[in-house]
Design a binder for this molecule. Structure first.
Ligand code: GSH
Length: 125
């Protein structure tokens, strides 16, 4: 099972590498503003997890510079995720709000929707 997972993970990483998403371009002031907004976000993730690759690709598409935290190999980060977030499940986006409150957002689709709504909302008529 471990070997199969490792094999699938490697294929996903390889496909991700040969088919990188196109990053959106913003003018530098807008990108700085976006960077300041994502400064308080941290993505807890595993390098070869397909759901994490999905979120990282969405981040790349939207040119979001969000700190990645390795919850597989780094024991401190892993226990932070479990004790503060509540579950050892990745991906998980740690969102620190301006008032200091913290939200731990699990589920890749939820994370992608949250980021898309905030940084790449669909055009309205
Ligand atoms: N439905 C979840 C699935 C996430 C998931 O299954 N993540 C796996 C890694 S690929 C995980 O965190 N497993 C916990 C563990 O290995 O301890 C999502 O879309 O985010």
């Amino acid at each position: 099972m471990f070997i199969i997972r490792k094999f699938i993970g490697s294929i996903i990483l390889f496909l991700n590498w040969i088919l990188p998403p196109r990053a959106m371009k913003r003018d530098s002031d807008t990108q700085k503003l976006v960077d300041s907004q994502t400064e308080n976000f941290k993505l807890y993730q595993f390098h070869a997890c397909p759901f994490c690759v999905k979120v990282r690709r969405a981040m790349k598409r939207m040119s979001l510079n969000i700190e990645l935290r390795d919850a597989k190999n780094n024991q401190d980060i892993k226990s932070e995720l479990v004790t503060e977030g509540g579950r050892h499940k990745v991906p998980c986006l740690r969102i620190e709000n301006n008032d200091g409150s913290i939200k731990w957002l699990y589920e890749s689709s939820e994370i992608v929707s949250f980021l898309t709504e905030k940084f790449n909302p669909p055009l309205k008529d």
